[in-house]
Design a protein around this ligand. Structure first.
Ligand code: NCD
Length: 321
């Protein structure tokens, strides 16, 4: 636990933006997870509202489709009493040729306090953050990072198993195109867990050696003795050309089934960030088995984690007011 102890009592989350896990220290990750833990109970009460972000404006700017992430950011902002605006990108001036930077500058002129941004290009959210004065949260940029999803996954694991340190986590499937995988690899390594990527050779990132993870190309080897099995969606929209012989073949070799899961620890937890394709990367009945699968926990905790991130990023602003 030494690694996550804070260096000084007055150390606390003071980042201006949340653009990725890469820049976060272990104690900052722990602080966000602890804050989020406190919101889980609140979210189960009939009265879920707190006045913390009253008067602040949050704009959600999603250039890619989203169900879980956008809804949970909207609920998180509303539960903390922020004024939340969902910008409909498809009907915005972006469709008329306005650049990302012009959109950022335009929104900035309306004095938002938080911008939550999802974009199909890696690095686009960081670029946008350089042109606005408010806090920016990366809700997924291309294949790069999806920091709040990794925090959700870490909180899910921590609440189910009581720890992160020392666990062996298999991340299975389309690692190459997955920002969720990248953020999870960074977070789990920072918190002392061991990561094993399990994927066909064509779906392992070429720079995998940089991450200090184990790699297996076969589910039997990859899942052997693991504590956690994270399954990823095949990101067909990010694939140019064919990375796979066929989806049927993929399910046969890499789709998570009870038989393949039998190689993991007897109580190993199954996770998926969603949206999942049943019968492609995971067997539908296994995904629905609440004894083994934490997929709906991940969705539930998504709101709590985003409340925690909103709280941490607006702290200085609120204290200065
Ligand atoms: C993921 C995403 O958009 O990166 N979904 C999510 O946010 N829960 C994963 C995916 O699209 O497969």
């Amino acid at each position: 636990m030494m690694a996550v102890m804070r260096a000084a009592a007055d150390l606390r989350f003071s980042e201006r933006h949340l653009l990725g896990i890469e820049t976060l220290k272990p104690w900052a990750i722990q602080e966000l997870l602890d804050l989020a833990d406190g919101y889980v109970e609140l979210n189960r009460q009939p009265e879920k509202k707190r006045p913390l972000l009253r008067g602040l404006t949050q704009i959600n700017l999603f250039f890619e489709p989203s169900t879980r992430t956008q809804t949970s950011f909207e609920l998180a902002g509303k539960r903390l009493s922020a004024d939340v605006v969902n910008m409909a990108v498809r009907t915005s001036a972006m469709q008329k040729g306005e650049t990302l930077i012009d959109t950022a500058v335009t929104l900035n002129a309306m004095h938002p306090d938080v911008l939550v941004v999802r974009h199909e290009h890696s690095g686009a959210v960081a670029l946008l953050a350089r042109h606005v004065e408010c806090a920016v949260i990366n809700a997924g940029d291309g294949r790069h990072e999806h920091p709040t999803q990794a925090l959700v996954d870490a909180l899910t694991i921590r609440r189910r198993t009581g720890r992160l340190e020392g666990l062996v986590v298999a991340i299975c499937g389309d690692v190459m195109h997955s920002r969720v995988a990248r953020s999870n690899i960074l977070l789990l390594a920072a918190m002392g867990a061991r990561v094993r990527l399990v994927a066909p050779p064509t779906l392992v990132p070429t720079d995998v050696a940089l991450y200090g993870v184990e790699v297996a190309h076969d589910m039997a080897d990859g899942l052997d003795g693991v504590d956690i099995v994270m399954v990823l969606r095949l990101q067909l929209e990010r694939m140019e050309g064919s990375f796979l012989p066929s989806v049927r073949e993929y399910f046969h070799r890499y789709g998570l089934t009870r038989e393949k899961l039998a190689r993991a620890k007897p109580d190993a937890l199954v996770m998926h960030p969603g949206p999942m394709n049943r019968g492609v990367e995971i067997d539908g009945t296994l995904a629905d088995d609440i004894e083994r699968s934490a997929i709906l926990d991940q969705v539930e905790l998504g709101v709590a984690v985003r409340m925690a991130v909103l709280e941490a990023l607006t702290r200085e602003l609120r204290e200065a007011a």
